[in-house]
Structure formats: structure tokens, C-alpha cells
Write a protein that binds this ligand. Structure first.
Ligand code: CU
Length: 474
């Protein structure tokens, strides 16, 4: 009895030391301010962020966040039962000021099937709020906290099985602006990476189920920005003008992978390392840990399409972690010239090829499904060379637009993909003498992308089946 008491006293004493350590840190002890007024937090869906905070005092901020379980697209033609904070993946962006007193309301939509909660990494307190917010469907819970530390923080669900709740999309970012605010920039965006594990392989059409085995092995089928392949490409690209400064609030929900975040075609002038107060300069690639963040800032000096990637690069070109930021405006030739010449250079060696991947067996797709799947295969696999509009690049990559090369025999496209192509060819009266490496796609994927090309880019239609492709391989 007496011994037990001593032990308890010791534990209490040690915990006191630790609490004191924390309080000695200047950034948290000087934070508790007088709270003036009250406001309801503006929440936004990625890639948008709420407006910068202009207050120079602490206030009471009421956050209302609703958990919604719903089927959404993971890729065109592929759906998944996502669990979301606020109806989207990543969850709603929350923006507050250091010193703010936050009254947090977590609502679990009555149509949901499961209980959920929230662990905000911006919270100093038990579980980051997890225990206080364990919420059954059709309930609402509430707790409060003071935002002691400035920084960009991940929040996520922490209900068992935690990995599965996160893997289904339950994460987002909360920004605690420092008291003095962040330096002014022209545009701000919210980008959050996540890895997803499905029973079917990448691109397999239809509603996909969560795959626990793949999650345990940390072998995702999808690695995406903002919850979907293509969420930031084409029409959905982020847009800025030449000369503007951009700030990206980058998060990584995981659950497993660490991101090597990079923007192709620019350099980060500033990186708030791991979302904290340390600012590094002139950075090419910054690590964003699972359950962590980074803030990157850069000036867009010349017109171009900047490509956001996880530089663990197979994830980008084969699993989806690719986004675009279009910089529009006048060229600045002194900074970037564009191509100045293109001469023929021949060297020894056979056409390159990539190792074969196992073929995926699945039920035949309808023509409609093929067109959808084909479009996304085109943009992830062919577009880099043949260009988004299919017009190719003069002298290097032949056009697929109204191409007379495959007009008389539609299976030519599939043959080209299976075997690759090199040597002199003539397309629409122009000669090309390049090398197209053979592309590692399944028969079904080749059928889809062939069908997509035949029915787009001014070509005269037609359909290729997976069975046709299988025969062509022999
Ligand atoms: Cu949950």
C-alpha cells in the first residue's frame, strides 16, 4: 500500500518535470492571451484554403466538422467508399491563429455506419482530442483547446482500426498561423497526399474494396494528391500568373508512405520544414512524413506547367501522385529559352523496354468503360510524348490525331504498345525516326487506350477488345 503510494508520487513528480519542460519553451508559455470575441471557422475543400487571418488578437473559434462516409471516385471509372472529414479527401482545411481558443464540434452523420473521432496534431492534450470526440453515428461531441504552437498540422481519425480509418481518407490539415501572420503571397493552395489499398490493381474499374493485406505490406495501388488520380490535372489544374508567388500547404495523411515532395520546373524559395518554424531556402525536394506536413513557397518566374510529384517516381507515373500548376503569361527568354534546336543523334542499341508486369484478369469492359479507362491511361502513359491534344511534337513524337499510320488497321495501336516501335515511319506525310519503348500495360488496359484513341483525336472510331490484344501478343 505504502509502496504503491510512493510509486504514484514518483510518477506524478516525473510528469511534473515533463510538463515544466514543455512550459519552459517560449513558444507555448507566452501564448495564453485574452480572448476577444468569437467567430465560426471558414472551412474549405482542397485545393482551396481559407483567407489569411488579419486579426492581431486571439479569439474564440468555433469549428464544426462533419464526418461523412461516401462513395466517390478514386480515378475516372474507379470508385471507393471513402470516410471523410467534411465530405472530401483530404478533409476540410481549418485555419486559426496561435493563441486562439477553439471550440471543436465533431458531428457524425446519421447515415454513417461507424463511430469516428479526431486527433488534431495542433492540440496539446490527451490524444489530440481523440478520446473527447469519440462519436457514434447521429451524435455530436465537443471539446475545447488553446492553440499553443504555430505550425501546419495534420488531423486524422484515431478510431480502431486506426490504420483503416486513415487509409479510407480520414485526414486533413489545420494551420495555426503565428501571431504575426505569414508573409503575404499571391496564391495559396492545399495539397495532401495519401496512399490507398484496393482489392483490384491500379485502374481496375468499378467499386473497389479496401485491401488489408496490401495495407499491412505497405504496397498501395494508388498514391494520390487530394484523394483522386487527376484531382489536380487538366481542367482541375491550379492556375497562377507569371511573376506571382505561390504557397503550398502540403500534407501527407499516409497511412504508410513518406512523400518526397517535388515540383518539376521550379525551386522552393522557402520551405517551412515539417510545417514548423524552421525555414530552409533553395530546396528541390522536401520530405513530408506520414502524419506530417511542409509549407513550400516559390515564385513562378516563367510560363509553364509545373508538375507536382512524389519523387519516388513510380508512384507518380504508375500510381497517380501527379498534379499540375499552370503558370500563364509572357515568356521570359532570359530565364528560360525553350528548345533552341533539335538535330538527329543516332547511337547504337536496341529499343529500350521495361520489365513485364503480370497481366490482370478481369471481366471484359464495355466500350463506355474502356473510353473512361483509356482516357486515364492515355494521360498517365502516352501523353508525356504524344501530348494531351494527341498532336505529338514535330520531328520527335508522331501525332495520333487523324493518324493514317493506323487508320487502315486499328490493331496497329496495340501492336505498337506491345512491341514498341523504332526506325523510320511516315505519319500523315511526315517522317519520324524515333524510338517508342514498349509499354507495360495489361491486355485490358491496351484495349482501353486503343479504343480511346480510335474514338478521339479525329480518328474514325472502332473498338479493340482484351481478347484481340491477347492474340496479338502471340
Ligand atoms: Cu474514423
Amino acid at each position: 500500500m505504502k509502496k504503491g503510494f510512493k510509486l504514484l508520487a514518483l510518477v506524478f513528480f516525473i510528469s511534473l518535470i515533463f510538463t515544466n519542460c514543455k512550459r519552459n519553451n517560449e513558444s507555448s508559455s507566452s501564448v495564453i492571451e485574452k480572448i476577444k470575441g468569437e467567430e465560426i471557422a471558414v472551412l474549405t475543400e482542397a485545393p482551396n484554403v481559407p483567407p489569411p487571418i488579419t486579426r492581431n488578437y486571439a479569439t474564440k473559434v468555433i469549428v464544426n466538422l462533419e464526418v461523412i462516409e461516401k462513395e466517390m471516385e478514386m480515378m475516372d471509372g474507379v470508385t471507393y467508399n471513402f470516410w471523410t472529414f467534411g465530405g472530401s479527401v483530404p478533409g476540410s482545411f481549418i485555419r486559426i491563429r496561435q493563441g486562439d481558443f477553439v471550440e471543436f464540434h465533431l458531428k457524425n452523420n446519421p447515415n454513417n455506419k461507424l463511430p469516428h473521432n479526431i486527433d488534431l496534431h495542433a492540440v496539446s492534450g490527451q490524444g489530440g482530442g481523440a478520446a473527447a470526440t469519440f462519436t457514434a453515428p447521429g451524435h455530436e461531441t465537443q471539446f475545447s483547446f488553446t492553440a499553443l504552437n504555430a505550425g501546419l498540422y495534420i488531423y486524422h481519425c484515431a478510431t480502431a482500426p486506426v490504420g483503416m480509418h486513415i487509409a479510407n481518407g480520414m485526414y486533413g490539415l489545420i494551420l495555426v498561423e503565428p501571431k504575426e501572420g505569414l508573409p503575404k503571397v499571391d496564391k495559396e493552395f492545399y495539397v495532401c497526399q495519401g496512399d490507398f489499398y484496393t482489392k483490384g490493381t491500379y485502374g481496375e474499374a468499378g467499386l473497389q474494396q479496401f485491401d488489408m493485406d496490401k495495407a499491412l505490406k505497405e504496397q498501395p495501388d494508388y498514391v494520390v494528391f487530394n484523394g483522386k488520380v487527376g484531382s489536380l490535372t487538366g481542367d482541375k489544374s491550379m492556375k497562377v500568373k507569371v511573376g506571382e508567388t505561390v504557397r503550398l500547404f502540403v500534407g501527407n495523411g499516409g497511412p504508410n508512405l513518406v512523400s518526397s515532395f517535388h515540383v518539376i520546373g521550379d525551386i522552393f524559395d522557402n520551405v517551412y520544414v515539417e510545417g514548423g518554424s524552421l525555414v530552409n531556402h533553395n530546396v528541390q525536394t522536401t520530405l513530408v512524413p506520414a502524419g506530417g506536413s511542409a509549407i513550400t513557397e516559390f515564385k513562378c518566374d516563367v510560363p509553364s506547367t509545373l508538375i507536382l510529384v512524389d519523387h519516388s517516381i513510380f508512384r507518380t507515373f504508375n500510381k497517380g501522385s501527379l498534379g499540375m500548376l499552370k503558370v500563364e503569361g509572357e515568356e521570359v527568354k532570359a530565364i528560360y529559352s525553350g528548345q533552341q534546336d533539335d538535330r538527329i543523334y543516332q547511337s547504337e542499341g536496341a529499343p529500350q523496354s521495361m520489365p513485364d508486369v503480370p497481366k490482370v484478369a478481369s471481366k471484359p469492359l464495355t466500350k463506355e468503360e474502356k473510353l473512361i479507362q483509356g482516357k486515364s491511361i492515355y494521360s498517365s502513359t502516352c501523353q508525356a510524348c504524344h501530348q494531351a491534344d494527341g498532336k505529338g511534337i514535330g520531328g520527335a513524337f508522331p501525332p495520333l490525331v487523324s493518324s493514317d499510320y493506323f487508320a487502315s488497321d486499328p490493331s496497329t495501336i496495340a501492336k505498337t504498345i506491345i512491341h514498341g516501335l523504332s526506325g523510320k515511319i511516315t505519319v500523315n506525310g511526315k517522317t519520324y525516326d524515333g524510338v517508342m519503348p514498349k509499354q507495360t500495360l495489361s491486355d485490358a488496359q491496351i484495349a482501353s487506350v486503343s479504343t480511346y484513341i480510335l474514338n478521339n483525336f479525329g480518328n474514325k472510331g472502332g473498338e479493340v477488345t482484351a481478347a484481340d490484344v491477347t492474340k496479338l501478343r502471340k
